[in-house]
Design a protein around this ligand. Structure first.
Ligand code: SAH
Length: 361
């Protein structure tokens, strides 16, 4: 199969060029064409020799996942459903705000962690995405948004908060993030790339060594007993170990705090007593807390905390001197909000059905 250049970082492209007897600066040129210019046609790469272009066109490809659906929400949020083969679909979401545009990227088809309130977790784990499938989401969204507006840099921030646990697909996620950070790639600063994890402690330590970016941790509970239930990976890496890893991470990270995400579940984790317990718990870790109103999905069994409960919870945290914000719910009408990404399993079965019907005729 042809090598897909989309997933190669600078070093990977250099190795490829060296193998073809080309100078290392060709890697930079290629990277700029692919990621700056968004080009997938070797013929357009005018500063590269015709001979090399022909070899590349013969032996390699530049291919992002196929777009199955492109859905705009009433609030400007936009969701792409992408085909990653063998009946798997993933989703990316663009969230425009004044002064910045954030792309939320998936790292796996499905997820193995089974957090009880997450729709992706309910569908089970299918497979890790390759580096080209991860960076391909940014490549596609960038190309699409630039075609539609005069904005040269529509995407200023990336959050690894789509489907999947990014630290469980470490190598491919880091390869993709290196392209995001590279000046010849997307040139994003480490502060503008955020990785969110359910708390894989060895992965946090490895990230700190290999590719430190802004870190968000899905905490969701003020004690181990409740966290064991909501985020089952807590049984393996309990809060104390998780916090120690967060403190180690901050020593090397581009930001001097971690963000703790806390989903607001009505009657489960949203009482005043739990807010006080949370404030006490997080004291040893320099952090900000981001409260996420629960986004419902069919059969979840949970309900979103009311606005008063959320405001009260935030006030209790702030009274202890913590910085706490409430995440604005975006793209709810197109099931693009946190925890609602499921890659539309129904569509897949329908496609399968159609294919079988086609084969039968
Ligand atoms: N696996 C990673 C990243 C993916 S989820 C992680 O766990 O951090 C991004 C955020 O959305 C996480 O904080 C996750 O817990 C939260 N989330 C999941 N389901 C949700 C739901 N139904 N409503 C609101 N937030 C949810």
């Amino acid at each position: 199969m042809a090598i897909n250049l989309l997933g190669l970082d600078h070093r990977g492209l250099q190795a490829l060029c060296a193998g073809l007897g080309e100078k290392p600066y060709r890697a930079k040129q290629l990277m700029r064409w692919i990621h700056h210019a968004g080009v997938d046609d070797f013929g357009a790469m005018t500063d590269i020799s015709r001979q090399l272009r022909e070899v590349l066109a013969r032996d390699t490809t530049i291919a992002a996942p196929r777009v199955l659906h492109d859905t705009p929400a009433a609030d400007g949020t936009r969701k792409w459903l992408l085909d990653v083969g063998t009946g798997n679909a993933i989703e990316s979401v663009f969230i425009p705000e004044t002064g910045r545009g954030t792309l939320c990227i998936s790292s796996q088809a499905g997820c193995a962690l089974e957090c009880s309130f997450c729709s992706t977790g309910r569908q089970g784990f299918n497979r890790n995405l390759s580096a080209e499938e991860i960076i391909g989401q940014l490549w596609l969204a960038n190309r699409c948004l630039r075609r539609e507006s005069a904005d040269e840099r529509p995407i200023s921030n990336v959050v690894m908060m789509g489907m999947g646990e990014p630290l469980a697909n470490f190598e491919n996620v880091v390869a993709a993030m290196r392209i995001m950070l590279d000046d010849c790639g997307y040139g994003l600063s480490r502060r503008r790339v955020t990785l969110s994890t359910a708390g894989l402690v060895p992965g946090i330590d490895r990230l700190r060594e290999e590719c430190p970016v802004a870190l968000a941790v899905s905490l969701h509970a003020p004690d181990d007993a409740l966290r064991d239930e909501l985020v089952p990976i807590n049984r393996k890496y309990p809060i104390k170990e998780l916090f120690a890893a967060c403190v180690r991470y901050i020593e090397k990270a581009p930001r001097d705090f971690v963000t703790f995400e806390y989903v607001m579940l009505d009657g489960v984790n949203d009482s005043v007593a739990q807010a006080r317990a949370l404030a006490r718990l997080v004291k040893p870790v320099p952090c900000k807390i981001n409260l996420i109103p629960f986004n419902p999905f069919p059969g979840s069994g949970y309900e979103r905390s009311g606005p008063e409960a959320i405001a009260r919870f935030r006030d209790v945290l702030m009274q202890t001197g913590l910085v706490a914000t409430v995440r604005k719910t975006r793209g709810e009408d197109i099931a693009a909000a946190c925890g609602q990404l499921a890659g539309r399993v129904q569509d897949r079965t329908k496609r399968k059905q159609r294919r079988q019907e086609e084969l039968a005729t």
